[in-house]
Design a protein around this ligand. Structure first.
Ligand SMILES: Cc1cc2nc3c(=O)[nH]c(=O)nc-3n(C[C@H](O)[C@H](O)[C@H](O)COP(=O)(O)OP(=O)(O)OC[C@H]3O[C@@H](n4cnc5c(N)ncnc54)[C@H](O)[C@@H]3O)c2cc1C
Length: 509
């Protein structure tokens, strides 16, 4: 039987980053993925010439240098380039009106002025001034070299000395972003807007969203020269680049290979058993699975002392999805992204109150057949699992509920494409059951709802020797930049801090 240095359970972006860094460092790596496609929630699927995305659509900092995005830094380290298409604009549909908005400070200030007047622009200015030093700290401390598990006392002193004038701000970075907002923003639109951005990043409202994550976002999106990046070919191109990096350095990826159990020898992780009965042995196992799925892979006698218990970890909500292929003829100036908020009063976390759409074929013609567009829409992490969990997909009550709850999508879309219904050529609707089925996530959840006000996400070490975690249940948390960093931290634990630092030196971090 082949023995691996490391087996990674799951090929989400976190697992792929971990595996490709380990392969680069000379480790013999196997990634075992349950689905037929790699990429986890960032996988895509092809039907009748359409390339459908299933997850992330907002990318930035993956093809510029320098970048603060850990994924961009890892791609550079791996010597993998992903072609991108730059763009700046979104379409916004909020109770205040419909408008196009560009990233960058000035366009947003102009919009505030139009919607809310001078006073609100001033409020925004003082808020941005308060965030600036936080963004500076975040951009000076590369997340990739800041694993909370390996940062030593000397490094902390070194870092602190860099920021002496702003040293009092360091604790704020780990707190909830809402506290900063409370101090500066009174205007309801501005508060709602920041709440919305926070929710899109973390799946939680601004008071529960980590300030460091938001300071990074503000740094990237509100700089004068800001732009967003769409990877040509969609998220599949990112996944392909990471898989290529894994394989060119000798790593292996097996698909349709669901891990049934993690094996232990004298309480040390020693390999995995797949559902098909195959066994693989290794020195280390890294779980790229969510916290609830991970616990199920480990014998109870090993996890029974672990705290908190899986059942006590709060989860974010799940998703409704719509995938459309539609006739593009005569449609001019369609936005690549649009975001719809029905009613601020209901709150940003309310069910079916927010919908996000992405039409990548607007920028990248290769995503759809000639003369057509491809669209992915979703309600971000606010669909309750509980109303779906006991339904069977082949039963009529499931089908009816799916049509009824997904009607929010076409209702919102008609505002930007009034005759969308008659243009549709392919339509797939997805529920939390669909999301769970294709992403193997517990209850189709976005991830753990761990409030920044209460502390950080757990690090990549587990109570068991040679068993590590990475991905959206691990520090720094949910989202592409965060899971990429967590994959790197798990790799660091395996190759050792010295060798990891040497790797980062190759890209001047
Ligand atoms: C609809 C949607 C939109 C999003 N939009 C954005 C965005 O615009 N920008 C952004 O930064 N982030 C976005 N995110 C969040 C981001 O995509 C995720 O946080 C991130 O991709 C999760 O990566 P992960 O490493 O945790 O792994 P996951 O993607 O959760 O992958 C885990 C993998 O493990 C596999 N697996 C599970 N169990 C087993 C098993 N027993 N054996 C083998 N394999 C197993 C799964 O099949 C899966 O492939 C979005 C997420 C969703 C769902």
């Amino acid at each position: 039987m082949t023995k691996y240095d490391v087996i990674i359970v799951g090929s989400g972006i976190g697992g792929l980053c971990c595996g490709s860094i380990l392969s680069l460092a000379g480790k013999k790596v196997l990634i075992s993925e349950a689905h037929t496609q790699p990429g986890g929630v960032a996988h895509s699927f092809n039907t009748r010439g359409y390339k459908f995305e299933s997850g992330p659509s907002l990318w930035s900092g993956i093809n510029r240098w320098p970048t603060t995005n850990p994924l961009g830094q890892i791609l550079k380290l791996l010597d993998e380039k992903v072609e991108i298409i730059k763009y700046k604009g979104w379409h916004v549909s909020v109770p205040e009106g419909e408008f196009n908005l560009e990233v960058g400070q000035e366009p947003f200030k102009e919009r505030i002025n139009l919607l809310r007047g001078d006073k609100s622009v001033e409020e925004w200015n003082s808020f941005m001034s308060a965030i600036k030093p936080l963004s500076q700290i975040v951009s000076e401390i590369p997340l990739l070299s800041s694993s909370p598990e390996t940062m030593n006392f000397l490094e902390i002193i070194k870092l602190a000395s860099k920021f002496l004038p702003n040293i009092n701000l360091l604790p704020k970075l780990n707190g909830g972003f809402g506290d900063i907002v409370d101090n500066y923003l009174k205007d309801p639109f501005l508060r709602n807007w920041v709440d919305l951005l926070s929710f899109l990043i973390s799946g939680m409202p601004m008071h529960d969203t980590n300030s460091a994550a938001m300071a990074t976002l503000f740094d990237e999106w509100f700089e004068p020269e800001s732009y967003l990046e769409y990877p040509k070919g969609g998220s599949e191109s990112i996944v392909k680049a990471l898989v290529n990096a894994l394989k060119k350095n000798g790593g292996e990826l097996i698909l349709s290979s669901k891990v049934k159990a993690i094996n232990f020898s004298k309480n040390i992780a020693s390999g995995v058993t797949l559902e098909n009965g195959s066994k693989f042995i290794s020195d280390f196992v890294v779980m790229n699975t969510d916290t609830w799925t991970s616990r199920k892979l480990i014998p109870r006698e090993i996890t029974k002392e672990w705290n908190p218990k899986a059942k006590n970890i709060k989860k974010c909500g799940s998703f409704l999805h719509i995938h459309l292929g539609f006739d593009a003829s005569g449609l001019q100036n369609l936005p690549i992204h649009s975001i719809h908020v029905d009613n601020w009063e209901r709150g940003i976390t309310a069910e079916r109150n927010v919908a996000v759409f992405s039409i990548p074929s607007v920028l990248d013609k290769g995503m759809a057949p000639k003369g057509k567009h491809v669209l992915h829409g979703y309600t971000p992490a606010n669909e309750p699992w509980e109303i779906w969990e006991n339904l069977k997909p082949n039963e009529s009550n499931y089908k009816n509920l799916k049509e009824e709850r997904c009607s929010i999508f076409l209702k919102s879309l008609r505002k930007i494409i009034p005759d969308i219904d008659s243009r549709i050529e392919i339509k797939f609707l997805g529920t939390p059951l669909t999301h769970k089925k294709f992403t193997n996530t517990y209850c189709g959840s976005y991830g753990p709802a761990l409030s920044a006000a209460e502390g950080l996400f757990p690090g990549c070490k587990t109570p068991v020797k040679n068993l590590l975690t990475c991905g959206a249940s691990t520090f720094p948390g949910i989202g592409i930049p965060a899971v990429s960093a967590s994959g790197a931290y798990a790799a660091e634990q395996i190759i050792g801090n010295k060798e990891y630092k040497n790797l980062l030196k190759m890209i001047d971090l």
